[in-house]
Design a protein around this ligand. Structure first.
Ligand SMILES: Cc1cc2nc3c(=O)[nH]c(=O)nc-3n(C[C@H](O)[C@H](O)[C@H](O)COP(=O)(O)OP(=O)(O)OC[C@H]3O[C@@H](n4cnc5c(N)ncnc54)[C@H](O)[C@@H]3O)c2cc1C
Length: 439
């Protein structure tokens, strides 16, 4: 007969049946989460809050790196704060790993720049709205907060099979030489850009993804950083519609990279690495700042699945979060905040599904997809429009020229970071006409 034992003292929902002759343990739980990056952490934090037992599986062992710009916006801070305000305080107090950021610098193709504070009406009590942190550290921080009596975590595990069983999902994996089979009524794909959950469960997987490609390089000794650690986006003429970023990091380091639409790379046959290094060597705005800088790691690239249009995010017995759901902001390239946020919303949807004992596609669509697009849909639509406007360098030059002479226009652009209605103006022709006629 199979031997039985319980993982997670006192929580009999996670029951393991050991079959010695097969060396396979069989676990029944409420939720299986594949991926323990920001999306996986986001869902796990809130499933724990809702006291829902779950199993998290990641193929990597933490701390692990992730190619990224390392810039975290207010949405990242918001979700962490909601999960546990003490964690955000820890982040803001740990200057060795996390660098608070107070604004953004836009550099137009004509070289003129605009410094935009994130909090235009800041007081002494205002906390930094964003921060930068190497993903090695951020993801390890989030991972370290995940253990709970409700979370069973397998890191360094290999998923060998995922099945849709009709009334749920079954995952087969190997971990530290042992085989495991885990079953649950719902599975969450938080496994990033190359999601195996998306591939297995979303039959519309063929729906076209809009991709950007990004390169990341770590430097030290880059000169001319802003005193308040503004992140910098440089819309260099040679890189449009893509851009080069310089994001300050703790310890005098910087995350430097480039991002551009994949279709542009294909069309123009761009060698992105060469283009980035050429800008660093030769661009009159950039090169002097790198005169004494040193590349401290190899240059690495990765894809960014962009949220250009609404896509299905769930179906019978599954939900997708973060990059697996293609939720990267098409204009800013921000994906960490949306990954955490979608994880939080997925946990809320699953709480409802558990209460209703309904894990059908129609239930999850109402509880998750519709809520997510209600909260993030407008923002993503505006960003998709702004992304398309990047094709027009003259428009950038025009706005930055005008804003450098007008405090009220700078204030309007500054407010767009906290106010969606203001941001929406940017995607309307009337906004540019008003600037043109100084109204
Ligand atoms: C070059 C570049 C620059 C970027 N810059 C920024 C930025 O500055 N700010 C920002 O907010 N966003 C940025 N992004 C986007 C951001 O990196 C992603 O949106 C974010 O990492 C998504 O989080 P996630 O949890 O969905 O996926 P991931 O962070 O990719 O995590 C997925 C996890 O799933 C695990 N996994 C994958 N496959 C499997 C499997 N088969 N089995 C088990 N586990 C698996 C992985 O090991 C990983 O831990 C950038 C992206 C790129 C490529």
């Amino acid at each position: 007969m199979d031997s039985i034992y319980i993982i997670n003292d006192g929580f009999d929902e996670v029951t393991v049946y050991l079959t010695p002759e097969m060396s396979v343990s069989t676990t029944d739980t409420k939720v299986i989460v594949i991926g323990a990056g920001p999306a996986g952490a986001g869902i796990s934090f809130f499933l724990t809050k809702f006291e829902i037992p779950h199993v998290v599986v990641d193929k990597e062992t933490f701390p692990r790196d992730k190619v990224c710009g390392d810039a975290c916006s207010g949405k990242t801070a918001l979700v962490i704060n909601r999960a546990n305000p003490e964690w955000l305080n820890e982040i803001l107090a740990d200057g060795a790993q996390f660098l608070p950021s107070w604004g953004i610098k836009f550099v137009a193709p004509n070289g003129k720049h605009l410094d935009i504070p994130f909090s235009p009406h800041r007081t002494k009590e205002t906390k930094a709205p964003g921060f930068t942190v190497p993903r090695l550290n951020l993801d390890n921080f989030l991972f370290s907060k995940m253990p709970s009596p409700y979370a069973t975590i397998y890191q360094g595990a290999t998923v060998t099979g995922i099945l849709h069983t009709g009334n749920g999902a079954k995952v087969e994996l190997t971990h530290e030489g042992a085989k495991h089979e885990i079953s649950a009524p719902v599975i969450v794909g938080a496994d990033g850009d190359k999601s195996i959950v998306r591939k297995q469960f979303l039959s519309e997987n063929t729906s076209p993804k809009t991709y950007a490609v990004g390169l990341r390089a770590y430097y030290e000794g880059v000169a001319g950083m802003h005193d308040e650690h503004f992140i910098e986006l440089h819309f260099l003429p040679e890189m449009l519609p893509g851009y080069l970023w310089i994001f300050p990091l703790p310890g005098g380091r910087a995350n430097v990279g480039v991002g551009i639409l994949s279709e542009t790379i294909r069309e123009k046959k761009i060698n992105l690495r060469e283009q980035m290094l050429a800008a660093i060597r030769n661009n009159p705005q950039i090169a002097p700042r790198f005169a004494n800088a040193r590349l401290i790691d190899k240059i690495q690239g990765w894809g960014l699945p962009l949220a250009m249009e609404r896509q299905p995010l769930s179906g019978n017995n599954f939900i997708l979060c973060g990059d697996a759901a293609c939720l990267i902001d098409p204009f800013s390239g921000e994906g960490i905040g949306n990954a955490l946020y979608s994880g939080m919303l997925a946990a809320m949807a699953i709480k409802e599904a558990v209460q209703a004992n309904d894990f059908s596609g129609s239930f999850l669509k109402t509880a998750y997809d519709d809520i997510l697009y209600k909260r993030l849909g407008d923002e993503l639509k505006i960003s998709a429009t702004l992304q398309r406007l990047c094709k027009y360098p003259w428009l950038f030059n025009f706005v930055v020229n005008k804003a450098s002479k007008s405090a009220s226009l700078r204030n309007t652009i500054s407010c767009m970071f906290s106010d969606l209605d203001v941001r929406e103006q940017l995607s309307k022709p009337s906004f540019y006409l008003k600037i043109l006629f100084n109204r």
